[in-house]
Write a protein that binds this ligand. Structure first.
Ligand code: ATP
Ligand code: MG
Length: 516
């Protein structure tokens, strides 16, 4: 019996033995011998090895990992020596590169990307657990984390530790799934139509979740219905008898149901505030730090905490409850675990900043990514937090700092300006912007609400910092590539208090990445 990791319960013994990996990929096991030391029949000697993990990045490799030499911006074959220096137990390669240290165990396959997918498929086939796959225009990673904290209370749960949702991230997450996993949680993203289908077919989920459909990546689509169609692809990979969990409040819900029928989905579970929802959010409140929700699910009324504020997280929680019910888990116990969820860095983490001159402000860090749907959610959260502060007699303004939201296509200026309704509804006091698109929001705002529309983030920081007042709450959002996250860095750097109170350990922001 393989040893088990004390936290997740997943075995910590080998993930792949050499022969299992060779059988899965059809690859050749070999080592690069010292110059001229070929064995008797001219082949290169093979060697038994066992790997405890898989890595595609020599900088993040763990001892015992298989290093997968992918060709992306750079060719992983050129980093083989670094991979083995950093503890790789073997490398999945398509050629014996000179950079390979002598005696380094390698598994040679015709195509490394295909080799990784083959490992992913083998990992799925040898596992008898249940799998849930999550997509949506916003909330995929947050929902994945909620599913992790919920399901790990009922069995060995495997989920990616970052937003690994593309053609590399999904097979990598699957290939890393230990054989004894009870619940596998997968995030599936896309920038273009057709990208989700091969990924969901790789995962073969028992449950497919669509968190929401909005304007994310609109520049690659004719309209938002095109995005709904692309998101609906997730149902094309469902395992026989698979379940779709769909957002009933979303304007594209009926279209998603049609796509589900088309895909042969027999069971659809709906979530939302609509009275017809199977998993229904009845009430929602927050104390600014956690959410408090009442829901009707699995034939019972539930009341539970969610470890991060924001009605959008209560909606994400409805999908997690829906999955728990479909997996036959006790829904009350499942709901009780949602208090363990925490808002990740750049995804709603709250930082309390104290300036040297004594001013104290709260930053709501939403700088990881942005699209109109997630921006509206974050602005609503700012409004809720400020109402609470006001109820506690704390004065303070509500400030929004927006960086450009990218990949929205020709409607981008209107989509930025369109957020003005959310600003007014939340009672925002001042809106600041960095970049040409975000400026459209400042221009659309009522005169008294207009802050500085800066050409770039540095100019914005120069203007914003001295204008902040004691008690202000400042919500920072923008696409990753807008670099608006640097406003948070500037606030943290200006903080004189021991550490930005409220900064949870995982508040550290994930590394910047390309898509919105
Ligand atoms: N259900 C939701 N509806 C709208 N906005 C949401 C929802 N859940 C989270 N958000 C907002 O979206 C932001 C990003 O959340 P998250 O990282 O979970 O999304 P994602 O879909 O994984 O994004 P990406 O496509 O970049 O991987 C959060 O900071 C929050 O502001
Ligand atoms: Mg994500």
């Amino acid at each position: 019996m393989r040893a088990r990791d004390k936290d997740s319960g997943v075995p910590s013994a080998s993930l792949w033995t050499a022969y299992e990996a060779a059988a899965a990929t059809g690859g050749a096991l070999c080592i690069r011998p010292e110059k001229g030391a070929a064995d008797a029949d001219g082949g290169w000697p093979a060697e038994e090895w066992a790997a405890t993990g898989i890595s595609i990045d020599t900088r993040a490799i763990n001892k015992g990992d298989i290093f997968v030499a992918l060709k992306a911006a750079r060719d992983g074959h050129d980093f083989l020596s670094a991979a083995f220096e950093n503890g790789a137990s073997a490398a999945l390669v398509s050629r014996i590169a000179d950079a390979a240290p002598a005696d380094a165990p390698m598994l040679v396959v015709p195509d490394v990307d295909a080799g990784l997918r083959d490992l992913a498929i083998a990992a799925r086939r040898r596992n008898f657990g249940r799998r849930v796959a999550i997509t949506g225009s916003a909330g995929k990673t947050s929902t994945k984390e909620m599913m992790r904290v919920l399901l790990s209370g009922f069995g060995a749960t495997h989920a990616p530790d970052k937003s690994l949702n593309n053609h590399i991230g999904v097979p990598l997450t699957l290939a890393r799934m230990p054989m004894e996993t009870d619940f596998g949680v997968f995030e599936i993203g896309m920038n273009h139509a057709g990208e989700i289908t091969p990924l969901t077919r790789l995962v073969r989920p028992h449950i497919a979740v669509i968190t929401t459909v909005g304007e994310a990546h609109l520049e690659n689509f004719e309209n938002v219905q095109g995005i709904a169609r692309a998101k609906a692809e997730i149902m094309l990979g469902l395992a026989p008898g698979g379940v779709a969990i769909l957002p009933i409040d979303n304007e594209h819900f009926d279209f998603l149901v049609e796509r589900a029928r088309e895909a042969g989905v027999e069971r659809i579970v709906t979530f939302g505030e609509n009275a017809r929802a199977d998993v229904r959010l009845l009430e929602y409140g927050t104390d600014g730090v956690t959410g408090r929700a009442a829901a009707f699910a699995g034939g019972q009324r539930l009341q539970f905490d969610i470890g991060a504020p924001g009605k959008h997280h209560a909606m994400n929680a409805m999908t997690a409850l829906g999955a728990a019910i479909e997996f036959g888990l006790p829904v009350k116990e499942a709901a009780a675990r949602l208090g363990r969820f925490g808002a990740g860095g750049g995804r709603g983490a709250q930082l309390r900043i104290e300036f040297a001159d004594g001013r104290r402000v709260t930053a709501l860090d939403e700088s990881y990514n942005a699209n109109p749907a997630s921006a509206r959610a974050a602005i609503a959260l700012l409004g809720a937090m400020a109402r609470l502060a006001a109820a506690e007699g704390k004065a303070g303004r509500k400030l929004v700092v927006l960086g450009d939201m990218l990949e929205l296509g020709p409607d981008a200026p209107a989509l930025h300006a369109g957020l003005v309704d959310s600003l007014v509804a939340a009672g925002v006091d001042k809106v600041y912007s960095a970049g040409a698109l975000a400026k459209c929001l400042v221009d659309a705002a009522p005169a008294e609400m207009r802050g500085v529309a800066a050409p770039d983030v540095d100019a914005l920081i120069k203007n914003l910092m001295p204008s902040l007042r004691d008690g202000d709450i400042v919500m920072v959002k923008g696409s990753n590539a807008s670099k608006v996250a640097r406003v948070i860095d500037a606030l943290v750097a200006a903080n004189v208090a021991p550490a930005p109170q409220g900064a949870s350990p995982d508040a550290a922001r994930p590394p910047a990445r390309r898509s919105v």
